[in-house]
Design a protein around this ligand. Structure first.
Ligand code: NAD
Length: 422
């Protein structure tokens, strides 16, 4: 199934549980607005290339649209729609005053020079100049988009307006209004959720084996946090390869630091060769990584990684979704029957948008907080909403994703009715 079909299946299941007003369901099933456009970019060789760009504004009942921008060769409208819908649920699930939106460009940014990437980003911003803004729609980073890219968006939008508008985008560099803590916020939020589960299940981190799929902002920071909390990281992957530990002790601090520094997993033994088999670790396929014998599987790459095909072979007891939509609904059912606890994306990765919200608040107030303050506020939001959703899960004997959706739908229904839309 496509990401959007998956998202709407999840919506239907939770809507049935909370007996959502059918009019509210109809509103939530559709995006409010879709922007689809082409972006001509003058390449370094003088030729012009035209890229497809999207911004989907799903729902703004609870506040301005909010959500990242993805630059990826496989990004299409269906994916951006699904991600935009999930943002609507996520912002409601953690109770921050935003709706949901998402953007994307179909492009392989690794094939562009820095100057080409900048021209593409500025073109994307110009195409949306009337549709984004601190009161309307606030983009942020997602897969293969960085603080630098957010800086270009802020600059281009500010040039169009004629004055500085830091609150048009979040995830910016600190020097132009970024928030302390935003760089690691997604992983940090996921880690707070994990800590709550660890307390409930009386898990000893030192005896707990963790596998991390995806080694970018979300995955690499999560591996780092888990490692420093004493967990054994026994396997990691990126888009090129997966590497697993052969020692039985988990990767050591040297390897973890090296992976983060190199922003990838392939370089950890200095061989730059996917077939190499070093003394302490070995390369395997990305598919096999997901089926490893471990306690916690962190999914931090892309959608549809656990499907009905491989769900039966997953050995982890807990799945932590830092990626958006990594588990398909049919896989969810199989995992629930197997007693695997899925900590769903719409809560587990909400640390990113929550600190984005803090960044926007700081931009509007022009008053900046320390990292300590940011993480204290983040922890409170993550833990309080975890608790509320967990109560719904226990009361209804349902899976945790449906419980988090139910929490979000309750808030969305109230806002939609308060505005008189249904
Ligand atoms: P990123 O661009 O920093 O990193 C993406 C990583 O995924 C890279 O290491 C890449 O090599 C890897 N990857 C790509 N395809 C892969 C595959 N098939 N198998 C294994 N690894 C693969 O992106 P990110 O910001 O870390 O985003 C990762 C996921 O987390 C996405 O689903 C994103 O929507 C979600 N997310 C990110 C944030 C955030 O603040 N960055 C917030 C919420 C959710």
């Amino acid at each position: 199934m496509s990401p959007l079909q998956n998202a709407l299946t999840q919506l239907k299941k939770a809507a049935d549980l909370v007996k959502l007003d059918p009019a509210v369901l109809e509103i939530l099933k559709k995006p409010k607005k879709i922007h689809q456009f082409s972006i001509p970019v003058k390449m370094d060789n003088g030729q012009t290339k035209v890229f497809d760009g999207y911004r989907v504004q799903w729902n703004d009942a609870r506040g301005p649209f909010k959500g990242g921008i993805r630059f990826h060769p496989k990004t299409d409208l269906n994916e951006v729609e699904a991600l935009s819908f999930w943002m609507t649920i996520k912002c409601a699930a953690v109770g921050i005053p935003y709706g949901g939106g998402k953007g994307g460009v179909t492009v392989d940014p690794k094939k562009l020079s820095t100057t080409e990437l900048e021209r593409l980003t500025r073109g994307y911003t110009r195409a949306l100049k009337n549709d984004i803004g601190p009161e309307k729609d606030i983009p942020a980073p997602d897969v293969y988009t960085t603080p630098q890219i957010m800086g270009w968006i802020m600059d281009e939008f500010s040039k169009i307006k004629g004055y500085n508008v830091p609150g048009v985008v979040t995830g910016k560099p600190l020097e132009i209004g970024g928030s302390a803590g935003r760089g690691t916020a997604t992983a940090q939020g996921g880690f707070y959720v994990l800590e709550e589960i660890v307390k409930k299940m009386k898990i000893d981190p030192k005896k707990t084996k963790v596998v991390v799929q995806g080694f970018g902002n979300a995955g690499a920071n999560m591996a780092d946090l888990c490692f420093h909390a004493g967990y054994k990281i026994i396997g990691v992957s990126d888009s090129q390869t997966a590497v697993i530990d052969k020692t039985g002790k988990g990767f050591d601090s040297h390897v973890i630091a090296k992976m983060k520094e190199k922003k990838g997993v392939v370089d950890i033994c200095d061989c730059d060769d996917l077939k190499c088999s070093c003394k302490d670790h070995i390369h395997i396929t990305n598919e096999k990584l997901l089926e490893m014998d471990c306690d916690i599987l962190v999914l931090a790459a892309l959608e549809n990684q656990i499907t009905k095909k491989n769900a039966g072979r997953v050995k982890a007891k807990i799945i932590l979704e830092l990626a958006n939509g990594p588990t398909a609904p049919e896989a969810d059912e199989k995992l629930f029957k197997k007693n695997v606890l899925v900590l769903p994306d719409v809560l587990a990765n909400a640390g990113g948008v929550t600190v984005s919200y803090f960044e926007w608040v700081q931009n509007l107030a022009n008053y900046y907080w320390s990292e300590k303050e940011v993480f204290e506020k983040l922890k409170k939001i993550m833990v309080e909403n975890f608790d509320e959703a967990w109560k719904i899960k226990e009361k209804n004997k349902t899976d945790f994703r449906t419980a988090v959706f139910a929490l979000a739908l309750g808030r969305l229904e109230k806002a939609i009715k308060a505005r008189g839309w249904a």
